[in-house]
Write a protein that binds this ligand. Structure first.
Ligand code: SF4
Length: 538
């Protein structure tokens, strides 16, 4: 039995018409990872429910029988470093990596997902079409528009697709620079028929996503996922999950969430509630009450994210009864000043109370999530994180504590997009490690070096295409990026330019300047200035 036969589908694929568009929809990683991506599941099901599309799935380790001459090849990209797998899959399908040398005999290579929506530019040379934003209407609009020009030549197809809101055709925009290794001078469409800006698409309905497939081969075995909320109203100044996807939207309880949960729990007893801030759903208590019914007593419940001041004893005990032993809260820092800078509306008392409630509700462990290198952070702030963890340990003895910690990485479309990565972050991670572990508090840092690479891709422009290709030849390590930068010295900007430099805000042309995000730039600048006022006054 193949892994595909082990899938339980929660939708009904239709039989493709004889003239359906032969399409490959790929996830640039292994099946277990791809099939656990709700975004991938939804796009695949949407395509599989169209009779005018004959879609087959492709992962790095396996695939369904693929068409010999696909017309469309799509990628769902949710992790920056998967670009290497995109290159591999293109090569193994005999498709040129660069869109400008593909011919009418090659498929149109399209992509979507968080990474491409946030900043498509480092991968711009490799995609013919990039879908920006929520897929709900965008995907169907894209396929409908493609049908209208299906028999045309490649250039006509691309120009036609460029008229669809949210469809970005990188080759139809020209980027010029002040110098080879200098700043961007201008980003402009190649002629007046092409829109000057592409608007990221926002779905406004109150029926959000739910799994279309459940399988024991998923990374979270047999999980059925429902999206409870989309985006987050908190707007922490560094947060892509909030700023990129605003406005905050909630699934209607009776109209969509409960029916979706009922449907899923007929085929599995493992339920994941997804969203950047699940517990901020206005009827979250009602969801918990619903899941507390006796017929669901065997349900294993996982919650993606819990806002600290919503960790009540009731929430903790509902989770504890549903086989959850631990809960994760994002606190960012133990310093009130740093939390004010990032707009995290949270006090140390609330964090300590969350730990007390978690323990009282029967949870065994609490994982906190923090960050170092936030703009304005000083060593004294990091010391306060140690003090806060010590205080939590004292207030909730016996609760297993973990601090997961990343390095601040600037993300496009957020107020902190102009800041660079602070090189002192590495030292600060070490300091936390030393001072927490000696108290028996588990410390799990994310690699500083990989944060640097994430920042590179996050703030990169098209010139990085060359570097990414070269890096791949040198192997998959941080040293490979450094080596590639050295080799391209003078031809592209330096690593510092992309990663560590502070970019002056107002004047500078950003690599994603032609992509309209959820908020206008002047709002981001206002939020940045508010944050900097906290930095100055504290
Ligand atoms: S609370 Fe979490 S998800 Fe919401 S904006 Fe802050 S960091 Fe992002």
């Amino acid at each position: 039995m193949t892994v595909f036969h082990q899938e339980r589908l929660l939708f009904t694929p239709v039989n493709p018409e004889t003239n359906a568009i032969p399409t490959i929809f790929a996830f640039p990683n292994e099946y277990t990872i791809g099939i656990t991506s709700l975004g991938y599941q939804i796009v695949w099901a949407t395509l599989a429910m169209r009779s005018d599309v004959d879609v087959r799935r492709l992962f790095t380790d396996l695939s369904e029988p693929l068409p010999r001459n696909p017309e469309l090849l799509g990628f769902s990209v949710s992790w920056e470093l998967d670009y290497i797998n995109i290159f591999n899959l293109l090569e193994s399908s005999d498709i040129p990596l660069h869109s400008d040398i593909r011919t009418d005999d090659h498929p149109l290579v399209f992509g979507g997902g968080t990474v491409l929506t946030a900043n498509p530019e480092p991968l711009a040379d490799f995609f013919d079409v990039i879908l920006l934003g929520d897929g709900e209407d965008l995907l169907d609009n894209f396929i409908d528009a493609y049908q209208q020009v299906r028999n045309a030549d490649r250039q006509t197809k691309l120009r036609h697709l460029a008229q669809v809101p949210g469809v970005y055709i990188p080759s139809l925009y020209q980027v010029t620079y002040h110098s080879l290794d200098g700043e961007i001078k201008a980003i402009a469409p190649i002629d007046i028929d092409i829109p000057t800006e592409v608007q990221k698409q926002t779905y406004r309905g109150n029926t959000l996503s739910a799994s279309t497939v459940v399988t024991e081969k998923a990374a979270w075995e047999n999980i059925y996922m429902v999206e409870v909320v989309r985006s987050c109203p908190e707007m922490c100044r560094f947060c892509l999950a909030s700023y990129l996807t605003l406005p905050f939207r909630t699934a209607s309880l009776e109209g969509s969430l409960i029916p979706a949960i009922e449907k899923g729990l007929k085929v599995t007893n493992r339920l994941g509630l997804l969203g950047a801030s699940v517990t901020q759903h206005p009827e979250f208590e009602a969801i918990l009450d619903y899941l507390s019914q006796p017929q669901y007593q065997d349900v294993r419940l996982s919650i993606a994210s819990v806002r600290t001041n919503t960790v009540t004893e009731k929430l903790a005990s509902t989770l504890a009864k549903r086989d959850t032993r631990s809960i994760t809260i994002a606190v960012e820092s133990g310093s009130e000043k740093v939390r004010q800078i990032v707009n995290k509306k949270l006090t140390n008392e609330e964090i300590i109370q969350a730990a007390i409630n978690a323990k009282a509700g029967g949870l065994k462990a609490l994982k906190l999530y923090g960050m170092v290198g936030i703009p304005g952070e000083e060593m004294t702030d990091v010391e306060q994180t140690v003090a806060m963890m010590t205080a939590i340990k004292k207030a909730a003895p016996g609760l297993r504590l973990t601090l997961g910690c990343s390095t601040f990485v600037p993300k496009s479309h957020t107020p902190f997009q102009w800041f660079g990565v602070n090189p002192d972050a590495k030292k600060r991670l070490k300091y936390l490690e030393k001072n927490l572990r000696k108290q028996g508090i588990d410390f799990r840092p994310e690699s500083y070096n990989w944060s640097v690479i994430q920042a590179l891709i996050s703030r990169g422009d098209r010139r990085l295409g060359k570097l990414l290709q070269l890096t791949r030849e040198y192997g998959d390590s941080v040293g490979s990026y450094k080596r590639a930068f050295k080799q391209l010295k003078g031809q592209i900007p330096t690593l510092d330019y992309y990663v560590h430099d502070h970019w002056e805000s107002e004047e500078r042309i950003l690599p994603w300047q032609h992509i309209q995000g959820a908020l206008p730039q002047k709002t981001l600048v206002r939020h940045l200035n508010e944050a900097m006022n906290f930095k100055a006054t504290s």
